[in-house]
Ligand binder design. Structure first.
Ligand code: SAM
Length: 455
């Protein structure tokens, strides 16, 4: 039985849609499990499961499987995401002026739920910067974005203050702010234990700091999407009021079908529209989201002059990727990465200002007589169709993912992408008497696998 702190319930009294008893009762139920399917990496995963109403690829699962033991999870066929937060899709579909040539920032991006969703919505001429300030979390973000496989999603790791130097660069900024986490009480016991009025206050101050830091980077008429998984008005409507009092903004009203059970809210002072999810009204956890337009005159950072690319690797590139209009860039440590050519100038601009953990898809490095393929290629949606590959069953896929010895009959010699249900999960090299496994060590499955799990 979950006992909600009385001071927490007191904070919620009077907010639109709050039904105390129904809310308490909903907290005695289990959290809902949901996933979002990859729109390009089609698979058999979760066919027939119930749809999340506000997100085309969202699915509710009847029970929670052990995702680690599903090779399709490792292939990026789906992302495990809380259903309410998939509402970002509905928001973006209404506010994006176009899907082409946008510059989008996901400022607080780890572990990658919102970023993988945004990547799925943009056309490849657009660029998504997926940022996470905390280093350990940024590496999880990088792994999840690599699995999702989009070339136009780059991962950076910077404090929000670093973005203030990119004046007027972004068309859309998403701030999924660190918060007191009350919306996740059903999923996360720690959030419940650590909740306090003092922490709500601290979060509220931090949210203002983050927004003030990133505000200059948003274009005039650009859109800010602000979200939290907290019910507290101090972290939601009050932040919107603070923003409206500090900057010149326009509130956006969204079309939201009433039958979805999402509660429309307005901030007290400046009537900024927001949308709140209560677990007694929706099939999902607690969430708040608002979209506003920046109305201030904002100048735009200038792109530096492009230095002509010196690397001529057309041959390797032709084999590796099926997409036209890409180019190699230096990814450090003798590695090369591939980005869309139209984002080359962005690369020069951003690397002067930000710490870019990863731009584009890592492609690997040349060796004296070979090409050392990067893991990313196996997961990229742009990987060349002609690349050698081998299909494996679940047991062999799990052995590969555990970096255990695997047996694959009739495999071609040399490099092969390991495919499960037609989706790449990594590289192996058949050298005759042995198979070398190129799955990065830090990606391997560490949990014990019982006899029943292999099938
Ligand atoms: N958007 C993510 C998703 O959908 O998977 C969840 C983001 S989580 C709510 C908030 C993130 O903000 C965390 O990853 C946290 O590390 C990061 N964060 C913490 N302090 C921060 C700060 N001062 N500035 C920016 N981000 C911060």
């Amino acid at each position: 039985m979950i006992a909600l702190p009385p001071s927490f319930l007191h904070q919620l009294e009077g907010i639109n849609g709050f039904d105390k008893q129904a809310f308490i009762d909903a907290h005695q139920q289990h959290a809902v499990t949901s996933i979002r399917l990859h729109p390009v990496k089609k698979s058999t995963a979760f066919i027939g499961d119930e749809h999340v109403p506000w997100c085309k690829e969202g699915r509710y699962l009847k029970s929670r499987p052990v995702f680690t033991l599903d090779p399709l999870y490792h292939a990026g066929a789906y992302y495990v995401q809380e259903a309410s937060s998939m509402f970002l899709q509905h928001v973006l579909e209404q506010i994006l002026p176009t899907k082409e040539n946008l510059r989008v920032l996901d400022l607080c991006a780890a572990p990658g739920g919102k970023s993988t969703l945004i990547a799925s919505l943009l056309n490849k001429s657009s660029l998504l910067i997926s940022n996470e300030v905390i280093r350990s979390r940024a590496s999880v973000l990088e792994e999840n974005m690599t699995r999702w496989g989009y070339m136009n999603t780059w991962v950076t790791s910077n404090d929000p203050a670093a973005f203030s130097r990119l004046e007027g660069y972004f068309d859309i900024v998403v701030v999924d702010a660190p918060c007191s986490g009350s919306g996740l009480f059903r999923k996360d016991k720690k959030a419940l234990e650590e909740w306090s009025e003092g922490n709500v206050q601290l979060c509220s101050q931090r949210q203002q700091r983050i927004l003030a830091d990133v505000w200059p980077a948003l274009k005039e008429d650009g859109m800010l999407v602000y979200a939290t998984c907290s019910y507290s008005p101090q972290e939601d409507e009050h932040i919107m009021d603070w923003l409206a009092e500090t900057f010149d903004v326009e509130s956006i009203s969204l079309h939201v079908p009433e039958k979805w059970g999402i509660v429309r809210t307005q901030s007290n002072i400046n009537t900024i529209n927001g949308y709140r999810f209560f677990p007694d009204k929706v099939k999902g956890e607690g969430f708040y989201i608002a979209a506003i337009r920046k109305k201030e005159v904002t100048s735009q950072v200038k792109y530096p002059k492009l230095k002509p690319a010196k690397m001529n690797m057309q041959k390797a590139m032709g084999d590796l990727f099926k997409t036209e209009g890409v180019c190699f860039v230096d990814a450090g440590d003798d590695q090369y990465a591939v980005i869309y050519k139209q984002h080359e100038a962005d690369m020069y601009l951003l690397k002067d200002t930000l710490y870019i953990r990863k731009a584009g898809v890592h492609a690997g490095m040349p060796t004296t007589k070979d090409w050392l393929y990067a893991h990313d290629i196996a997961l990229s949606i742009d990987a060349g169709d002609e690349l050698p590959s081998v299909d494996v069953d679940k047991e062999q896929a799990l052995r590969f993912l555990k970096k255990e010895e695997m047996r694959v009959p009739d495999m071609k010699m040399g490099w092969n992408i390991v495919k499960y249900n037609g989706l790449g999960i990594g590289w192996i090299k058949n050298i005759g008497n042995r198979i070398n496994n190129y799955l990065p060590k830090q990606w391997r499955i560490r949990m014990e696998i019982t006899d029943a799990d292999w099938k």
